[in-house]
Design a protein around this ligand. Structure first.
Ligand SMILES: [Zn+2]
Length: 207
């Protein structure tokens, strides 16, 4: 009477306790497994993100390299065209902007052609279209023969002192100078004409 610890109820309670413990263990295992899966999932997503970022960085590196190469070739082409115009027989270094050069003859120059071909790898453009895009040239297309002139008095348009090459069209005198500047002439010592350099370059050491 009143004995709660009868063998039957005792067995029932210990069974209940065992069940609770087992359930607890199962839940713990389940939670641990879930945590492990979450961890793996997070790691995988991080890895994916890292791979994507690396691919993006590589793509941007390649794009920058291509752009740099393209502008290097374009700069070289501009300088070749400029040199071609300023070294024609009829070009007068006293009046650099006055001379109009036939587009056809520029197009036949070997150096210009080589550069245009190198540029075609990145930008397949006609010489006329290329020249039209540059601010250092003027295009004249009113007649059937397109013509091009330089837009600046000197090839170099930077702010520093550079080396220059001169040729006087009046007396055919030629000279070089380590002190030439943007849009500045020098007096010919043969006939006192004011001549602009037809070619300029960055100074070397000791110049
Ligand atoms: Zn002269």
């Amino acid at each position: 009477m009143g004995n709660v610890c009868s063998p039957i109820s005792y067995g029932f309670y210990s069974l209940l306790e065992i069940s609770i413990v087992v359930c607890g263990i199962v839940i713990l295992f389940y939670l641990a497994e879930r945590a492990r899966e979450n961890c793996i999932d997070k790691e995988r997503r991080l890895e994916e993100l890292r791979t994507r970022e690396a691919a993006e960085a590589e793509k941007s590196r390649v794009r920058k390299a291509v752009e740099a190469e393209m502008s290097r070739i374009a700069a070289e082409l501009i300088s070749k065209i400029d040199y071609f115009i300023r070294t024609r027989n009829r070009f007068d270094s006293r009046y650099p902007l006055a001379y109009r050069c036939a587009l056809g003859s520029i197009n036949q120059d070997g150096d210009v052609r080589a550069n245009l071909q190198a540029l075609a790898t990145y930008n397949n453009i006609s010489l006329m279209d290329f020249i039209r895009q540059q601010r250092s040239f003027m295009c004249y297309e009113d007649s059937s023969n397109a013509q091009v002139s330089v837009k600046y008095k000197t090839p170099f348009q930077g702010q520093i002192r550079v080396y220059g090459y001169f040729r006087c069209e009046n007396c055919d005198r030629r000279w070089e100078s380590g002190s030439t500047w943007r849009d500045k002439w020098q007096k010919c010592q043969g006939c006192e004409s004011e001549c602009y350099p037809h070619e300029q370059r960055i100074l070397r050491q000791k110049e």
